[in-house]
Design a protein around this ligand. Structure first.
Ligand SMILES: CC(C)(COP(=O)(O)OP(=O)(O)OC[C@H]1O[C@@H](n2cnc3c(N)ncnc32)[C@H](O)[C@@H]1OP(=O)(O)O)[C@@H](O)C(=O)NCCC(=O)NCCS
Length: 186
């Protein structure tokens, strides 16, 4: 994608995708076991960078509670009846950041580089638009280059780099990168 991406509409039908056979649908409480099976299959290098430990059933239960409370909306990517990725938007409608939504994305390693992450980002961005949010933000460790490239392609700009703000599962600290894009730049 290019520098003019921010001026392009985020429409799933125009996103570069090789996602034939991939279904995108909202996550519900019925997906508890399937999402645990997905996170169980994630390799150690992905687990290292997780913001929350989504391999823990309690974390999934909290995630589902947040979906039911309307604080989180999650789109699942499904192939051959298995979850292969997800994209979420998290927002708090009682806080002074209620105009912001935070996007989180994860695609299973075997399915990367085919446009699934871009398609999920497009769906999540559309959810942000439906929620009438002003800005979508994303947070990642400085070493997560694929995510930064993907977001840059969608017109996100770096907002901050916070030195040693996050610590991975091995106890190593990393800089935290915050990126954002206004929803109605189009
Ligand atoms: C980031 C992530 C979701 C991308 O998913 P994906 O399905 O591989 O992404 P896509 O195939 O749609 O690629 C979209 C863009 O991402 C960037 N990208 C993807 N893989 C990349 C890689 N290995 N290296 C550098 N850039 C990469 C490219 O800019 C690519 O656009 P291009 O194909 O036009 O060059 C996936 O790598 C992932 O789950 N990573 C671990 C979790 C994570 O970092 N989440 C983001 C936190 S918000």
């Amino acid at each position: 994608m290019n520098e003019t991406a921010a001026s392009q509409p985020l429409d799933p039908t125009v996103t570069k995708v090789d996602t034939e056979g991939v279904e995108f649908r909202p996550m519900t409480s019925d997906d508890r076991q399937a999402i645990l099976a997905f996170t169980d299959r994630l390799p150690e290098e992905d687990l290292l960078f997780l913001r929350l430990d989504i391999t823990e059933p309690e974390t999934i239960d909290e995630w589902i509670r947040n979906i039911e409370r309307g604080k989180t909306r999650t789109v699942l990517a499904i192939s051959e009846e298995r979850i292969i990725g997800y994209g979420s938007i998290h927002h708090h409608d009682t806080m002074w950041t209620r105009h912001l939504g935070e996007m989180r994305l994860m695609v299973g390693p075997d399915f990367r580089g085919r446009g699934v992450g871009s398609a999920l980002a497009t769906h999540v961005f559309e959810l942000g638009r439906q929620l009438e949010l002003f800005k979508i933000t994303a947070q990642m460790m400085s070493s997560q280059h694929a995510a930064q490239n993907l977001l840059h392609g969608f017109g996100f700009i770096p907002e901050a780099q916070l030195h040693d703000w996050v610590i991975d599962r091995n106890g190593r600290t990393h800089d935290l990168i915050v990126m954002s894009r206004e929803v109605d730049e189009d």
